[in-house]
Design a binder for this molecule. Structure first.
Ligand code: ADP
Ligand code: MG
Ligand code: MG
Length: 959
């Protein structure tokens, strides 16, 4: 570090030459690498140089003096290089070269770090500039901008909080008031001179020093300040949120200034080569005449549209008649046709070169166009898909590139209803909570699940508003358009259940005051009654007043094409977690190839079933339980028939009853009374029974296969319901593939016992019906011990499905329901990089999975393995499951497309890695003339892994 004399720390660019290129983002940052690249492809870019990210790391370790000493010779040489190209001299009185100092890290961190423009100005240089340009106003406007930016960025005069006013803004506002001006362009040269004077006074007052006049002092100060900005609070926070390592550091770009503030023949703007909102292949952007730097985005004046078409579209929305538009809001295309054509060509050249939608910055100096930045443009999920598929059709990218170009998680935006874009602009935000489950919802406020159900039956659209939700609210949640809670985080009951249902949810909106008795919701002192309309945006967490129109998700066209393409390349199948025929149908539309987890307990909450269920739980003996189970059997069988039918021809994994029984018991007085009546016992007896069922650690208590082994009649009834349903459908010519899954096994013995019970029951049913079908019995792998003894368990399990929610819970020893107290702190302090309940912990939990699969397949080769925890729809976890050689992942219906894309990407990334190592191997081989490429052989072996034997798609996939 810093000692290596030969290491290059500065890379120059200019005049269509450059020492760096686009491939050097790590060293030069995104901005620097692309400035170099633009030079190389002949785009006009002001000359400059980039100080590498390594220097930033040195700066943080060694401090200012050492670093200046280290890079001074290279920086001085680079400034000379720029002087030569630009034909002016840094620090000269008559013809000074002015510079910009710009940050630029590997990953874009918009607005997080600082920029200084017009560097090199002082009381003498400003006169030189004025004389040379013949434009006094421009010279003084540049000077005041420089003092302002240097003061804010380098001298630390930028206010810390939003309440404080920037001292320079304050002076400008005062002067506008004094003069009766509206816009900063109203100031004349003399006003700007006065402004500079006042700015300098403010600097002296605030810092105790005069504004530095020496250009080199200005330059070094700015460079160090930009390095410092890498470590400023908001940049550190941004990196934490986006998982960007602090070690990366920022590069610094020092570049000759070009001036958009030279008058009416100058300007500056930003543009996109395609529409970042919709993906439409339409060049668009905004510009301002006689402006500099960030004036366009900062909103100092209303920017104008670049293209005529854009301007006309804008005018329609803004209600401006065409004649007015032409006179007052001309497009660049109309105002400066020559420059516009040049810009149009340049943007096309950039897009053709980068094969991606570009976001560009440009400046027009006295009729000449300069490009200042290009980068892959940020875009919405819809635009992401459209652009990738359009570029594929246009032959700009390959199929594999199109797949890799799309970020799986962003597909989410496309799968849920959205607000009508026009209606939302007029809507009023009432409160903000957590974006717990995406989508848009509008409906009438209800506070109770029962009310939701009643109202929904009458055809009302409702939003269920609760302090928090519990399993008892399930039915109400299911019929609501959306769910809003005052308490609870991203993994609260409301959030998890809503995501599973693909239902919009805003959780933890702390400013809500809910009065269940009065049935009112108060926000900021304003009361909303039951029946009032509100709207939720589950993607942003915003709560709106009133009714706002929504639009359904569009699943055809480009989206469908992308999905088809993904399936062509992926090896793993994607199934869904679904508990109802309706969920199953939705998931099938999203391309699910079976059900990986059907939770039978969810069926027990619906309608009158909970009453029978309660009788079963509260029964004192087996006979009592059997009586209740007898009543549940036909209900369950009908449920399974519905689900199997919706999933015909595809496998369905049904998990036997899993949760602790007390989750089903009545907690509310009225329900306790009802149970007492149903069972013909006293309310006291019911209460006593509830107390008996209470557990200290329910998640580690009487649940899973422990229920099935202590009360075998429950498993018996369920196995019977499943198989009878399948046989009933077989009669109708509908093919089913039931897979019965035993939950929570930890020892081979408890698995064996359940397996025998299930198989014996099924044998009985087959005999009774004199018919049979194919089925499987397997287990959920969710207890660490099960992974360790997986070989023994696999003797009685025909398949494994990793239940990574419980497996994570038990591997970490974190209770998912209590993790809210410490997980946020752990994430903030960097003890954990991700929430392990959202992103699979590959190192720990993943190791157990690896062991489980290896040992399981050692005892039963070809053992089918999948995952059914929340992680099954999280892209990095899906990729990991692929590397473990799983047959499928299963996730909630709305995550199915995300998982399909992630599964395809997993294959492509693996291929790329294999190609790379193959290349390296061949290089080594040619060097040493060594033996066979062994790793390649292993790769092919891993790839020939078989798909599931069932389902119509099983014949797909190749390789
Ligand atoms: P950010 O990363 O926040 O976009 P930039 O370094 O791109 O910061 O600079 C901020 C603004 O200053 C941009 O509008 C950019 O175009 C402008 N700018 C930067 N360097 C120059 C320059 N040499 N001449 C003219 N304008 C510049
Ligand atoms: Mg900026
Ligand atoms: Mg920029």
């Amino acid at each position: 570090m810093g000692k290596d004399k030969t290491r290059k720390t500065v890379y120059t660019f200019g005049d269509k030459k450059a020492e760096g290129d686009a491939g050097m983002k790590n060293l030069l940052g995104g901005k620097g690498a692309n400035l170099a690249e633009m030079n190389l492809i002949g785009v006009p870019v002001p000359a400059g140089f980039t100080i590498t990210t390594e220097v930033c790391t040195d700066y943080n370790a060694l401090g200012r003096e050492k670093v200046v000493e280290m890079i001074r010779p290279e920086v001085e040489a680079a400034v000379k290089y720029v002087e030569k190209i630009m034909g002016s001299k840094f620090g000269d009185k008559n013809d000074p070269l002015l510079l910009s100092v710009r940050s630029g890290s590997r990953a874009s961190m918009p607005g997080m770090m600082d920029t200084v423009l017009n560097l090199g100005l002082n009381d003498e240089a400003v006169l030189g500039i004025a004389k040379k340009s013949g434009n006094e106003r421009f010279a003084w406007d540049s000077y005041r901008r420089f003092i302002q930016m240097f003061g804010d960025v380098v001298l630390g005069m930028k206010p810390d909080s939003k309440e404080d006013i920037d001292p320079f803004e304050e002076i400008m506002d005062t002067m506008k008031e004094e003069k009766g001006f509206e816009l900063d362009t109203d100031f004349a040269a003399d006003d700007l001179k006065e402004m500079v004077k006042r700015f300098k006074v403010a600097v002296k007052e605030k810092t105790g020093h005069d504004f530095p006049t020496d250009p080199w002092e200005q330059l070094w100060g700015s460079v160090m300040a930009v390095f410092d900005s890498w470590m400023n609070e908001r940049a550190v926070y941004y990196r934490m949120l986006n998982h960007i390592p602090h070690e990366w550091g920022t590069a610094i770009n020092v570049q000759a200034m070009v001036y958009g503030n030279m008058g009416l023949n100058s300007g500056t703007g930003v543009a996109f080569t395609r529409d970042a909102g919709t993906g439409e292949d339409l060049f668009n952007g905004e510009y301002l005449i006689d402006a500099q730097g960030e004036d366009v985005v900062a909103g100092v004046r209303t920017p104008l549209q670049i293209t005529k078409e854009g301007a006309q579209r804008w005018a329609v929305l803004a209600n401006v008649p065409e004649s007015d538009r032409v006179a007052k809001f001309p497009s660049l295309e109309e105002a400066m046709p020559k420059i516009y054509n040049e810009l149009l060509e340049t943007q096309q050249k950039l897009e053709d070169h980068y094969h991606d939608m570009q976001d560009v910055e440009f400046t027009i100096q006295d009729g000449k166009l300069w490009m200042l930045q290009t980068r892959g443009g940020k875009r919405t999920g819809a635009a992401m898909v459209k652009i990738a598929m359009d570029m594929l059709k246009q032959g700009m990218i390959t199929e594999k590139e199109a797949i890799l170009r799309c970020e799986p998680i962003k597909l989410d935006e496309l799968l849920h209803p959205i607000f009508d874009p026009e209606a939302i602009t007029a809507a009023k935000v009432l409160a903000k909570g957590l974006p717990a489950s995406p989508g848009a919802a509008t409906g009438q406020i209800v506070f109770f699940a029962d009310t939701a159900d009643e109202w929904a039956k009458k055809g009302h659209k409702v939003i269920l508003v609760r302090i928090e939700t519990s399993p008892e609210d399930l039915k109400g949640m299911n019929v609501s358009e959306g769910i809003l809670t005052a308490r609870g985080g991203m993994t609260s009951h409301a959030a998890v259940v809503a995501r599973g249902m693909g239902k919009c949810c805003v959780s933890g909106a702390g400013s809500l005051k809910i009065d269940y008795k009065a049935r009112t919701l108060t926000i900021d002192g304003v009361k909303h009654k039951e029946g009032d309309w509100i709207s939720l945006n589950g993607t942003t967490g915003e709560v709106y007043d009133g009714k706002i129109g929504t639009k359904d998700a569009e699943l055809s066209g480009d989206f469908a094409d992308l999905m088809k393409l993904s399936d062509k390349y992926s090896r793993m199948l994607v199934r869904t977690n679904a508990d109802t025929p309706n969920d199953s149908t939705v998931a099938r539309e999203f391309g699910a190839q079976g059900i990986g987890l059907c939770r039978t307990e969810h069926m027990f909450f619906e309608g009158d079933r909970i009453r029978i269920m309660r009788q079963m739980i509260m029964a004192n003996d087996e006979a009592g339980r059997r009586e209740a189970l007898e009543k549940l059997l036909p209900i369950q069988r009908a449920d399974f028939e519905g689900i199997f039918e919706a999933m015909q021809d595809l496998p369905v994994t049904v998990r036997l009853l899993d949760p602790p029984l007390h989750e089903f018991v009545p907690h509310e007085e009225a329900n306790q009374k009802q149970t007492a009546d149903d069972m013909g016992i006293s309310v006291e007896a019911v209460k006593q029974k509830i107390a008996d069922l209470e557990e200290v650690n329910p998640m580690l208590g009487h649940r899973g296969c422990r229920l099935g082994n202590t009360y075998p009649e429950i498993s018996e009834m369920q196995a019977r319901a499943i198989i009878e349903a399948a046989l009933n459908l077989k009669k109708k010519g509908i093919k089913t593939f039931p897979e019965i899954m035993i939950p929570l096994t930890g020892t081979p013995e408890e698995m064996k016992m359940q397996e025998l019970l299930v198989r014996n029951t099924i044998a009985t049913v087959f005999k009774e019906r004199n018919d049979k079908i194919d089925f499987m019995v397997g287990t959920m792998l969710e207890i660490p011990r099960a992974a360790l003894v997986a070989d023994k368990i696999a003797e009685s399990a025909e398949f494994f499905s990793f239940g990574t929610n419980d497996l994570t819970q038990m591997t970490f020893g974190y209770s998912r329901d209590d993790a809210g107290k410490f997980l946020p702190v752990y994430l903030e302090k960097g003890i954990l990089e991700h929430d392990p309940f959202q992103v699979l912990d590959q190192v720990g939990v993943g190791e157990l999975m690896k062991i489980g699969i290896e040992r399981g397949r050692s005892a039963r080769p070809g053992l089918k393995v999948g995952i059914c925890g929340e992680h099954g729809g999280e892209p990095s976890s899906v990729e990991f499951c692929h590397t473990l050689g799983m047959n499928y992942v299963s996730c909630s219906p709305y995550r199915v497309p995300i998982a399909r894309l992630a599964a395809a990407q997993a294959v492509l990334k693996e291929e790329a890695a294999a190609d790379k190592s193959k290349k390296k191997k061949t290089e080594d081989k040619s060097k040493k003339k060594k033996s066979k490429d062994k790793s390649k052989k292993e790769k092919t072996k891993a790839k020939s892994k078989k798909d599931e034997g069932k389902g119509k798609k099983s014949a797909k996939k190749k390789k």
